[in-house]
Design a binder for this molecule. Structure first.
Ligand code: SF4
Length: 61
């Protein structure tokens, strides 16, 4: 996304199956490549990840 991805906005590179369509490609942002999944951010399911990330966005706004 040319101007960065705002919080709460679905990334343009996310497929319908919620997979990164530019994974492993040089245009993938460094912040994405540098992020390692963490139980404290991702939980153990997609639903928990969305809840946790929503809380983090509110807490850091
Ligand atoms: S890893 Fe980064 S570029 Fe890929 S879908 Fe997620 S936010 Fe978008």
């Amino acid at each position: 996304m040319p101007n960065g991805k705002p919080a709460g906005v679905r990334c343009l590179h996310l497929s319908a199956e919620s997979l990164c369509t530019i994974f492993g490609q040089p245009e993938r942002p460094a912040v994405c490549s540098g992020f390692a999944a963490d139980i404290e951010v991702c939980g153990d399911s997609r639903e928990e990840a969305i809840r946790l990330i929503g809380w983090l966005e509110l807490a850091t706004a």
